[in-house]
Design a binder for this molecule. Structure first.
Ligand code: HEC
Ligand code: HEC
Ligand code: HEC
Ligand code: HEC
Ligand code: HEC
Length: 194
């Protein structure tokens, strides 16, 4: 119960603080969403470099874990809302982290210090990309979300993961087609290939 209240408060604070920050810095919303696009691109660019570690250890379990499991129960869609309306699920921009973290453990955590450095430098965080299909394939998140396919069917129980790891999904054509057959989705070549 305490956590629910905390979260409701944090969500309000998030909106207020990100507003205040955006305006204090004289940056309009267009710049922020450009930053969002940029951070996704940057993640893609680094996808093939296995030696690269995330610059910040982002714990999914702390944020999205069930409240009776020590987490804060933040909905996946709070951070990956574009999964509902576009192909990409998206990675949240630094501004949405700072909505909470300018107040939550702003002092005393090395990880939050690094987060604040990215914010101060107005740089997107170069997250390592975990899931990536071949370039000649298109994968529309919104079609799967609207058909009621749960995130966990493809990404496992992310809310229980510390640093995110890829579950044993090969992302091969056979994997896609098996489920499409099972769920009576299209197997027409042109829906997945340009
Ligand atoms: C507070 C924001 C936040 C919440 C809530 C959140 N995520 Fe994330 N998610 C991120 C960030 C930041 C990254 C990039 C860093 C990383 O890979 O750990 C990410 C990465 C991912 C990735 C890997 C993307 C890739 O290919 O690199 C998946 C899959 C994912 N999230 C699924 C989920 C699911 C499912 C939920 C709900 C159970 C969820 N996320 C909740 C912020 C969030
Ligand atoms: C809705 C509020 C909220 C948002 C948004 C949010 N966080 Fe958090 N985050 C928390 C809370 C609460 C904790 C737990 C703090 C504690 O342990 O006292 C936390 C913990 C963390 C930690 C662990 C800190 C440590 O040293 O133990 C990291 C790293 C982190 N968040 C990064 C991020 C990043 C990166 C984003 C943006 C993608 C983000 N957070 C967005 C609320 C939020
Ligand atoms: C049917 C399988 C499937 C489902 C369901 C699914 N994803 Fe994904 N996800 C993928 C694949 C495949 C990729 C790689 C896409 C690419 O390379 O274009 C991916 C990539 C991602 C990424 C990396 C950024 C991006 O958009 O490419 C995030 C974040 C993510 N998924 C989060 C989620 C969340 C949150 C949900 C639930 C709302 C979800 N996914 C549901 C298969 C799935
Ligand atoms: C866990 C099951 C599952 C997996 C795995 C899966 N899909 Fe799907 N897919 C679905 C369902 C269900 C639909 C929605 C069908 C509908 O809307 O009628 C769908 C729809 C689609 C569509 C839209 C089809 C149309 O009719 O326009 C595309 C494109 C697609 N998936 C690509 C992929 C690709 C590429 C992969 C593998 C990387 C994949 N899917 C993996 C279940 C899955
Ligand atoms: C549901 C989505 C989906 C459908 C439908 C689909 N494919 Fe694919 N296809 C994929 C994915 C995902 C890959 C990438 C596999 C990988 O990277 O291992 C792929 C790879 C391929 C490749 C390259 C093989 C390789 O080794 O990389 C060819 C050729 C191909 N598909 C042809 C077809 C043809 C022809 C059809 C129609 C009969 C078809 N595909 C239907 C998802 C699909």
């Amino acid at each position: 119960m305490k956590k629910q209240w905390f979260l409701a408060g944090a969500a309000c604070l998030a909106i207020l603080v990100s507003f205040a920050f955006v305006h204090a810095r004289g940056v309009d919303e267009t710049t922020v969403s450009a930053g969002e696009a940029e951070s996704v691109e940057m993640a893609v660019a680094l996808a093939d470099d296995p030696s690269f570690d995330d610059p910040i250890e982002f714990p999914h379990n702390v944020h999205a874990g069930a409240t009776d499991d020590g987490g804060y129960g933040i909905d996946c869609m709070y951070c990956h809302s574009s999964a509902e309306r576009s192909s990409s699920a998206g990675i949240p921009p630094v501004a949405s982290c700072m909505g909470c973290h300018s107040a939550v453990r702003a002092d005393g955590s090395e990880e939050i210090e690094r987060l604040t450095e990215f914010w101060d430098a107005r740089e997107p965080i170069p997250w390592n990309r975990v899931y990536k299909v071949a370039d000649h394939v298109q994968f529309p998140h919104m079609r799967h979300v609207s058909a009621g396919v749960d995130c966990a069917m493809c990404h496992g129980n992310v809310e229980e993961m510390g640093v995110i790891e890829q579950v044993q999904q090969p992302l091969t054509m056979g994997w896609c087609l098996d489920c499409h057959m099972e769920m009576s989705a299209s197997r027409d070549c042109t829906v997945c290939h340009y």
